[in-house]
Design a protein around this ligand. Structure first.
Ligand code: COD
Length: 298
């Protein structure tokens, strides 16, 4: 069981040093997180972007880049393509988004011939540490797949489960969320959740325990579940919360952080390597923890 996000850093520190390629590196908060991860012996960075600006920012934050590879790229898309190429050539193990919009970065990653697709879906997995829950809890997908179809939800679950397996949790409990814990054909999230549960019971989704539909309170509180008469191994003990769509997922992600006092780490799963895709509003600690998460899984 993982209880603290710092355990990711400890795990990453104890493994081999990963090569982290940053696409569009001229971004002070990103460079600061990379600096700490590098000084901590977690990663060796490769910085791609506006070299002049990157050097200037590194100097400002006291990041000693002697011996670190810097590669010039004219814009964010070009930097993303070069970063993807480095991963494909085996010159880097993890990719991180810098000062580039999500669109051009994903375009480079999703490119059919030159990208990092493995054939399946890419999805976003976030891990939260909150004082109100007894272990780390995952949320997926808060940032990539807008309105996943049922088939896409199966892949989102698999990517989330894969992330937990890579962190040493062999059978994570997945709560497929809805607004209610009963199946209502008028609420697609509940029918999808029930189908995912049955696929899991029939061995079509392996390596985890899925239950749903569960409302958020039943997923994270045994008491709330018992009160509703729900008997489920997942209820009150979920490792992964599957959101019905990007809106609910993103609102859950932001509520946990901004209102719930939670700290998070997040990556894109399903590509050839984990991709660190933090957003501007994420704290510096969260950016650093996301690097640790990617490194701990590699
Ligand atoms: N995994 C694998 N392949 C994908 C995925 C995915 N998640 N999404 C699209 N593709 C492939 C498609 O199969 C297709 O071959 C190609 O990429 C283009 O697909 P489109 O036309 O659906 O792609 P876009 O560019 O219209 O949309 C892809 C985005 C990821 C950009 C889109 O889903 C999106 O805007 N997501 C939300 C990003 C966002 O705003 N996040 C909020 C951030 S905090």
């Amino acid at each position: 069981m993982l209880n603290r996000l710092d355990e990711l850093t400890e795990r990453a520190r104890s493994g081999r040093i990963r090569r982290l390629v940053v696409a569009a590196s001229a971004d002070e908060p990103v460079l600061d997180a990379v600096r700490i991860a590098s000084e901590d012996g977690i990663v060796v960075p490769i910085l791609i972007g506006d070299v002049e600006k990157t050097k200037e920012l590194c100097q400002r934050i006291g990041f000693n880049i002697e011996g670190i590879e810097l590669v010039e790229a004219s814009d964010g898309y070009r930097a993303s393509c070069l970063a993807v190429e480095m991963i494909r050539n085996g010159r880097a193990d993890i990719m991180m988004k810098g000062h580039v919009s999500t669109g051009p970065l994903l375009k480079a990653i999703l490119d059919k011939e030159q990208g990092l697709r493995k054939g399946g879906l890419l999805s976003h997995v976030a891990l939260f540490e909150t004082p109100h829950y007894h272990k780390l809890i995952g949320v997926t997908d808060a940032a990539m797949n807008v309105a996943p179809t049922f088939e896409e939800k199966v892949e989102i679950v698999r990517n989330g489960v894969d992330a937990f397996h890579k962190l040493g949790i062999s059978e994570p409990k997945v709560a497929a969320l809805g607004a209610v814990e009963t199946v209502n054909p008028k609420m697609e999230a509940t029918t999808h959740a029930a189908m995912l549960t049955m696929m899991n019971r029939r061995g079509q989704i392996k390596g985890c325990l899925v239950d749903g539909p569960l409302a958020l309170d039943n997923a994270v509180s045994k008491e709330a579940a018992t009160h509703k008469g729900i008997h489920s191994e997942v209820a009150g003990d979920a490792d992964i919360l599957l959101a019905p769509d990007i809106n609910s997922g993103n609102i859950l992600y932001k509520s946990l952080g901004f209102l719930g006092g939670a700290v998070s780490a997040a990556v894109l799963m399903g590509a050839q390597v984990p991709v660190v895709l933090t957003s501007r509003s994420d704290s510096n600690r969260s950016k650093l923890l996301s690097i640790s998460l990617a490194a701990a899984m590699e």
